[in-house]
Design a protein around this ligand. Structure first.
Ligand code: GDP
Length: 424
């Protein structure tokens, strides 16, 4: 059975925790898109980890972890991450697709230079090189992992690649040129380090499907950051949807039987772009400090996340475009300090109320329509069944369930693995 765990919103919904939890019953955990630009925070008996490249299945020794073809492979970053988890005593099995593309030094530099050039109009990029990487991939000038093992070919490819890039560096950005020989040497070193981990992962996955193995596909970011269906252009440069998992991992789409979509009990977002239910000032500071396991600050960049009330319009859309078969709500415990809790149930624009997610400019102009619910004002961490939650907390979950039109199968009431409440 193949299960995908993906985000309904802007990312940071707590997918890492749920994936780590579900990985226990999985034979294989796969990262199928994105790169080192977003991270999952996982807290378990081995410690607290921020994973950016490694799949969340690494904490289960028998689970095979795959970095699939759809991922932007930052080898330098991956090595550092492997060192960190290994030094915490984590042992794992990892395979990297020979078709995954390699993030190169100029991608990171281009990301930086372009944000600098854009000034006020910048996208709020994490400067991990993701947009230039995917631009190269789809312009067919990227580099697949297998190419690292054919030295003559590699040198030729790099030579051709940097002729064009250096023109851009010199004349558009007024920056130093890159010596392709240096990049070549770095890549040869990388190739050697990962050689035992490289394989045809789509074959491994096809075989695993035939053998009826349990496969978990792990998404990064959320539906609203999807290149096509999100808040373009304030999106990421690869598809974040469960539908893309079939391509990014190389598995038959009809085999993905379970699509678990994660949403958080309130909203948070990083980067620029419209955010209808965003809150500001003291109200936002308080929620930001209470949020997640140690405040809403980016796992990759440490920058404060934008926060707001739960957006039922955006979340319903996020669940629908993902094709949710179930929904998990995380961070319900975070809201325990509030007397009243608002939920955005519509968008008002030009005197009309919309229940549909809108295109970017309209989202900027839209005002939130709120329904106010009563808070529960009591700590709910440590409660071990949904029925034992205060009535107001149950009512909050049930209200949202009705608004988004999807069943919430689990509610998370703390960052730890076992802080999870199952619904019937
Ligand atoms: P991901 O990228 O979707 O995995 O999300 P992040 O890891 O960036 O952000 C989720 C944050 O919320 C992390 O700090 C988690 O440890 C934390 N978290 C997950 N579930 C819960 C929960 O139910 N309650 C609280 N308080 N924190 C949670």
């Amino acid at each position: 059975m193949i299960k995908a765990i993906v985000g309904a919103n802007w990312g940071d919904e707590g997918k890492g925790k749920i994936t780590d939890m579900c990985a226990a019953g999985s034979d294989i955990v796969v990262r199928f898109q994105g790169g080192s630009n977003a991270g999952h925070t996982i807290i378990n008996d081995k410690g607290k980890f921020a994973l950016h490249q490694l799949p969340s299945g690494i904490f289960h020794e028998d689970t095979l972890n795959i970095i699939a073809n759809g991922v932007a492979l930052n080898i330098d970053y991956l090595m550092k991450e492997i060192e960190t988890v290994k030094s915490a005593g984590v042992k794992f099995k990892l395979i990297i697709s020979e078709r995954a593309q390699v993030l190169l030094p100029h991608h990171v530099l281009l990301d930086e230079y372009e944000e600098e050039r854009l000034g006020d109009k910048k996208f709020g990029s994490t400067k991990s090189g993701i947009a230039p990487f995917f631009a190269d991939k789809y312009s067919k000038v990227g580099l697949q992992v297998w190419e690292l093992y054919d030295r003559e070919h590699l040198k030729e490819r790099l030579k051709g690649m940097y002729e064009k890039i250096n023109v851009q560096f010199k004349y558009l950005y007024n920056k130093p040129e890159i010596d392709y020989n240096e990049v070549y040497e770095t890549l040869i070193g990388y190739a050697d380090i990962i050689k035992d981990n490289v394989a045809d992962t789509t074959k491994i996955l096809r075989d695993a499907v035939k053998e009826g193995k349990n496969i978990l596909l792990e998404g990064q970011l959320g539906a609203l950051k999807d290149t096509d269906h999100g808040i373009y252009p304030y999106v990421t440069s690869s598809s974040t949807l469960a539908g893309y998992a079939a391509v990014g991992a190389g598995v038959p789409p009809h085999e993905i039987k379970n699509i678990t979509v994660i949403t958080k009990a309130y909203s948070s977002a990083v980067g620029e772009g419209p955010f209808v239910s965003e809150i500001f000032g003291d109200e936002a500071d308080k929620l930001r400090r209470k949020g997640g396991d140690s405040g809403e600050f980016g796992a990759t960049t440490g920058r404060p996340r934008r926060v707001g009330w739960f957006d039922a319009v955006a979340t319903r859309y996020g669940c629908e475009v993902q094709g949710a078969t179930e929904v998990v709500m995380t961070c319900l415990d975070v809201l325990s300090y509030l007397d009243e809790i608002k939920v955005c149930t519509g968008y008002e624009l030009d005197g009309k109320e919309y229940k549909e997610f809108l295109t970017t400019k309209k989202l900027y102009d839209a005002k939130p329509v709120y329904t106010t619910l009563k808070g529960w004002k009591t700590d709910i961490r440590g409660i071990d069944s949904f029925d034992k939650l205060p009535d107001e907390a149950k009512a909050y979950v049930e209200f949202i369930e009705k608004e988004i039109g999807f069943k919430i199968s689990m509610v998370s009431n703390g960052p730890k693995r076992d802080e999870i409440l199952f619904r019937d």
